[in-house]
Design a protein around this ligand. Structure first.
Ligand SMILES: C[S@@+](CC[C@H](N)C(=O)[O-])C[C@H]1O[C@@H](n2cnc3c(N)ncnc32)[C@H](O)[C@@H]1O
Length: 352
């Protein structure tokens, strides 16, 4: 079990943010998220064990190998539909501990030509997680390469996988105050010792294209992720030029709407989002309607969104579980089935 603190402590990043806000004024929620998760020294993903029983949260590939195996079958099928290109990229955004890639590549061995043709690219912000990915994929016959930026990946037909990646990209938040938007910012408490939400004094620029505040209640929040939009623009232009597909799986809503979805998790429990920055995971809900709209506008064909359970069912979850359970003890069967139920029910996913 994890020995993480259960009460907020002052972190080095918090001290740095407090000093910055004293000097320059409140920062956007997006800047706060970017630092709390990705600061090169003190960001959450840089400095500690984050995923798994000893970390703060668990993801679907960490719960059951079947998740990655079924995605491996989806990859083979999609690659065949692309005309089985002899050279292509398999790009994973935010590969965590490398478990998903390892399970997908094992399943893809069913088609040796897929394995011979693929160049795996891992886009990862954390040096610590890159090291884990290297260790896990060391024995794979496919040799992965790592990219710092999406643009560093050479142009080629591409299959792109993002599982629980878009939910950690920074969002800006806007609050309806007397039928006018004000940006929700991170500022300081009156004693200057802790971080607190405050409101910006001027309305946001009109090119942010926020919805009409009349459409929602007083105090309601609207979120925009410019970081997600940038990734999606890069994905659209690569797929438009070279062909391919992207599968995006995440917690999120199927229709755009209002609401504050910023949440923190520490030691597998909810945590106040502004407490102990750098020591808790921060996520937001992904707006699948906005993703689908952007993809359609770029000329892409959109399938879904569907819930993760529906998607895995269509890929043959029940059959794969039946095969895995053959010849196993009652205890092992119970574990396999419990894992399958969790990945079928755990979140909502979309794909296009
Ligand atoms: C919630 S984890 C998901 C891990 C993995 N996909 C899984 O399903 O187990 C988020 C991953 O995205 C990475 N990440 C977060 N922000 C990133 C960014 N801006 N660029 C590249 N990687 C990022 C994290 O370091 C981590 O590997």
């Amino acid at each position: 079990m994890s020995d993480r603190a259960n009460a907020p402590e002052t972190t080095p990043l918090q001290e740095r943010l407090i000093a910055l806000i004293k000097l320059k004024g409140p920062i956007t929620v997006a800047d706060y998220m970017a630092d709390a998760l990705g600061h090169p020294h003190d960001g959450y993903y840089m400095s500690q064990e984050v995923i798994g029983a000893d970390g703060d949260f668990t993801t679907a590939p960490e719960i059951s190998q079947v998740f990655g195996e079924l995605l491996g079958l989806w990859l083979i099928e999609t690659w065949r539909n692309m005309g089985s290109p002899k050279v292509f990229n398999l790009i994973e955004l935010g590969p965590g501990r490398g478990v998903l890639m390892s399970d997908m590549l094992r399943a893809a061995r069913l088609r040796p030509e897929f394995t011979r043709s693929v160049q795996v690219w891992l886009l990862e912000i954390s040096g610590r997680l890159r090291h884990e990915q290297q260790k896990r994929l060391r024995s794979s016959e496919v040799k992965p390469l790592w990219a710092d930026e999406f643009d560093d990946i050479p142009a080629a037909p591409s299959l792109i996988i993002a599982n629980e990646f878009f939910d950690c990209l920074p969002v800006r938040q806007f609050q309806n105050v007397s039928n006018s938007w004000r940006e929700r910012l991170v500022g300081l408490s009156s004693d200057g010792k802790t971080l607190e939400f405050v409101l910006g004094k001027t309305p946001p620029p009109s090119d942010f294209c926020l919805p009409d505040p009349d459409e929602c209640d007083e105090g309601e929040i609207f979120e925009i992720s410019f970081a997600a939009q940038e990734f999606l623009t890069d994905i659209h232009s690569l797929l438009n030029e070279q062909g391919g597909a992207a599968l995006i799986i995440d917690y999120g809503h199927l229709q755009s709407g209002f609401g504050d979805t910023l949440q923190a998790v520490r030691n597998h429990k909810y945590w106040p989002p502004l407490a102990s920055p750098g020591r808790a995971d921060l996520t937001v809900h992904v707006d699948f309607e906005a993703i689908a709209r952007g993809a359609i506008d770029s000329g892409a064909k959109v399938h879904g969104p569907a819930t993760q359970g529906q998607f895995l069912d269509r890929l043959g979850l029940a059959l794969r579980i039946e095969m895995l359970c053959k010849g196993k003890t009652a205890d092992e069967v119970a574990k396999i089935q419990a894992g399958a139920s969790r990945i079928a029910a755990s979140n909502q996913g979309g794909n296009f």
